[in-house]
Every structure is written in C-alpha cells, then in structure tokens.
Design a protein around this ligand. Sequence first.
Ligand code: SF4
Length: 198
Amino acid sequence: MSVFNLDNQNVNLDNKIVAGLERLSQVFRILLWEKAKEHSLSPIQIQLLIFIRHHSADKTTISYLAQEFNFTKPTISDAIKILEQKKLIQKITDQTDTRSYTINLTTTGKKIVLETENFANPLTEIISAANDTAKIVLWENISNLIVTLNKLEIISVQRTCFNCKHYSIKNKTHFCNLLDLKLLTKDIRIDCGEFEMA
Ligand code: SF4
C-alpha cells in the first residue's frame, strides 16, 4: 500500500514519517535550484564543485563522482566538460595513464563554491534552534537510516564510521582506533576524511 495514498498515510505513523522524508528531500532540490539559477549552472554542476572543493584528489575522478552522485559516467563527464568550458575546473592528467584525470577547482570555481555552498543554511538555522537531546535523537536515527540504506545498496558511497576499518566497539561504546577516540552518537561521521573501507 502506498504511503502517498492519504487514507494509508494519515492513519499510520510509519507512513507519515516516510512521506515526511520525501517532503524534506524536496528542500535540498529547491534550495539548490535557487543558487543554480543565480549562477547559470545546473544543480549537479554546483554539487560537483562543492564536493571537489571539500574532498581529496582521489575522490575527484569521473568514476568516483558518478558513484557518489548516483549518475552515469557520461552524465558526470558532460557536467565536467561544461564546468571546464566555463573555466571553473581544470583536469589534472594522470602521469601513468593519460586517459585518467583528477579535477581541481580554478580560482573562479572556488569563488562560485564560496557563493553557493551555504545553500542549506535555512535548514541549518532550524536545526540549530532545537535542543541538544532532540538533535542527538535525530542524528542517531539519521545515521542509522543511512547505514541501513547503504546496506540495501540504495545509497552507494558511504564514508561513515560504521563502514570504516578504524571503527570498533570498546566497552560497549563506539570507538575510532585511528583517532584513539571514544565516539559518542554526536561524534559518528557520515563523511570522514580519514575513512578507509573496512
Ligand atoms: S577514521 Fe573517521 S570514519 Fe573511521 S572510525 Fe575514525 S572517525 Fe569514523
């Protein structure tokens, strides 16, 4: 039975939560479109610029970006080609394999990131106003949901503690062996620069 059938939705909390998440997913699309229009770019082009700005070179290949954003390689290649034509990125060719390259932002590309990467701020402001207990519960549920969706192969790349080789459970608590740090719920990461697949 569909959660979008109002007869099902309004008598069942599970269905309302799922319908609510669908409504929330629209928020990012709407906010991103506003920025995209301002800069005559598409939402995915802006997402690519922001991602490249904040991740290491090994995560800026066409293959990695396609997996990260759940697009085909030709779609990502086309977006990258346009960003290059607009002089927002430059390709760095691999010395050992001239068919491969990673991607750097140009100075103009970095400027566009500065002007667009705050697109989610309206949502951040709402979350900031919530109390700490509510935030921890929300974070625990969101991070668990992401891990479950990843296991079901609905969400692809996940650089979360729960998939990381440095993660363990010590004395019944989450622990990062690399950082030698006890991880409270609020410390669990979903995109860690030090992540290594378990
Ligand atoms: S390295 Fe990062 S992702 Fe891995 S367990 Fe430590 S904090 Fe989590």
